[in-house]
Design a protein around this ligand. Structure first.
Ligand code: CU
Ligand code: CU
Length: 344
């Protein structure tokens, strides 16, 4: 029996065994009652500090990791910019695949594969119609590729079967294409076994802004939802946004009351079918894949399977501390949870 089954069946089976069906019903009612605190906040909504959720103790060494999730939020990479003879804007990027140990939770180092030594890789940002040129070098010990989501010729698709195929250790290749369509996309390695190459950390965000831009907002953030299978049994042990579990629980993201926030949310989670995002005490406009300027939904929870992504827009009406987390609540308790701290 695999670990995923045993973990989940233990929880479900254990509860059923002890309580039986009537007991489960009573437990449900009880949980509903106790779910409302004297202040009228629901337990999972009213967040009384950073300890309402399980968490890890201490802090990972961000400097040694080479990235800090608080900085990844706004780390947009516009590349080296020049103009081609035809007037088109050229953006060039240098990306190297390297093996790197990343401290995922305090004291636990994970032998990751990375683009430019960080997870996620650089957030590549451009405008529709730009020429994108990626100078990719493989400085790791395994063959890798860069596969972009978007429209491009087959030989630029970064898969084993077309163009240069997989790039061997020590090899290099320049991926080049026009940026289209506008929206929120991603890139990842497409060497086999695919699940392993993605789960090890080879992914990043690819934002193509519309020609005339999006309406202006005060704050823009990038969040990549992923997980880490630290014992290599194809079951995730930790979940996170921007790699480090509980990071934004310990370091809330500060915004102001009324500030317009645009969140670029990408799910790359391997091994679990669905991930989700729930914003507390608020609603957001949701633009799936960011390919339309009209939102498809006004909601407080969305779900994404692997490689699905979308843009969320919202602002907070009241000051305070507000959670955001996977509404696969098991993921939340294993690290995929954070807070917005809304300042007056
Ligand atoms: Cu790879
Ligand atoms: Cu993909």
């Amino acid at each position: 029996m695999n670990k995923r089954l045993s973990r989940r069946e233990f929880i479900k089976g254990g509860a059923m065994g002890l309580l039986g069906v009537a007991g489960i019903a009573a437990l449900g009612q009880n949980a509903l009652k106790t779910g409302v605190s004297p202040l009228g906040q629901d337990n999972h909504g009213g967040h009384g500090g950073h300890n309402a959720m399980p968490t890890t103790v201490g802090e990972v060494d961000h400097q040694r990791n080479g990235f800090d999730p608080s900085e990844l939020l706004t780390d947009f990479d516009y590349g080296e910019v020049s103009t081609l003879e035809n007037g088109q804007t050229l953006r060039e990027y240098r990306i190297t695949a390297v093996n790197k140990e990343i401290e995922i939770v305090p004291g636990i180092k994970y032998p990751a594969w990375t683009y430019n030594g960080r997870i996620p890789g650089p957030t590549i940002r451009c405008t529709e119609g730009d020429r994108i040129r990626i100078h990719f070098a493989n400085g790791s010990s395994h063959p890798h590729t860069m596969h972009f989501h978007g429209v491009h010729p087959a030989e630029m698709d970064g898969v084993p079967s077309t163009g240069p195929g997989v790039i061997p250790p020590g090899g290099q290749f320049t991926y080049e294409f026009d940026a289209e369509p506008f929206g929120l996309h991603l890139y990842h390695c497409h060497a086999f076994p695919l699940a392993r190459h993605i789960a090890k950390g080879l992914y990043g965000v690819f934002i193509i802004d519309p020609k005339n831009g999006r309406p202006s907002v005060e704050r823009e953030f990038v969040m990549v939802m992923s997980g880490f299978d630290i014992d290599f049994d194809d079951v995730n042990d930790f979940y996170a946004v921007n790699t480090i579990p509980f990071h934004y629980d310990k370091h809330p993201i500060q915004i102001g009351v009324g500030e317009k926030v645009r969140l670029y949310l990408v799910n790359i989670l391997e091994f679990d079918l669905i991930n989700s995002f729930h914003l507390h005490a608020n609603f957001f406009n949701y633009y799936p894949t960011g390919t339309s300027l009209q939102p498809s939904e006004f909601t407080d929870t969305i779900m994404q399977t692997q490689a699905q992504r979308g843009i969320l827009e919202f602002s907070y009406k009241y000051p305070g501390l507000y959670m955001f987390h996977a509404h696969n609540t098991e993921f939340a308790e294993l690290g995929w949870t954070g807070n917005f701290e809304v300042l007056p």
